[in-house]
Design a protein around this ligand. Sequence first.
Ligand code: SF4
Length: 222
Amino acid sequence: MSMFRPLMRSLRAHFGPQRWWHDASRFEIVVGALLVQRTTWSNAERAIGNLRQRRILSIDAVARSDSETLATLIRPAGFFRTKAVRLKALAAYIASQGGFAKLDRVATPILRQNFLDREGVGPETADVILGYAFGRKVFVVDAYARRMFERLGVPFDASSDAALKKTVESALPDSDALNEFHALIVAHGKRYCRARPDCPACPLRKRCGYAAAEIGVNDRSA
Ligand code: SF4
């Protein structure tokens, strides 16, 4: 669907390149995807910093750590006891499969299901891991994306994350583009398309059905 590329261009022109996790290791991305659940990124980052400082930011080190030590280190991320158990189990799973090199050979639908089978890994977390740590061509459907597309009036089945996911994945060329699009949508959702949107300042207002219908700031002629 051709409308996604112009949307991405507008967001990129406004926010600039996001390049999430550009310098992170693949395991750090996995850890971040799990720890950021139900907290802010800055809290997750503090927890990751603690793991790094104690040299426990590798598959084997996390898999070998005791849950209490892990929980103490990741405390800034909240729900730390639960997350410690889940993180340890996730690391143990990756290690048991032969690490990233072996998992790289697994087809995306199977790999996705394997991650979904891990405790605490839902569709959003699984797709973040697949997109950013494995470079798979997947789009992360989250609350920001649902809200933005619905308000813009992009035609998709709003009741189905799978439909939105498939539509965007077929519209953009590769994993890099999909990862960047997700990051830009998050930036846009945090800054403009909040529960009470800041439509007059939004870079997408000219193409937004919500802005036109609800608050009359659509200036398609501009
Ligand atoms: S114009 Fe308003 S409703 Fe539309 S995408 Fe921007 S912030 Fe969201």
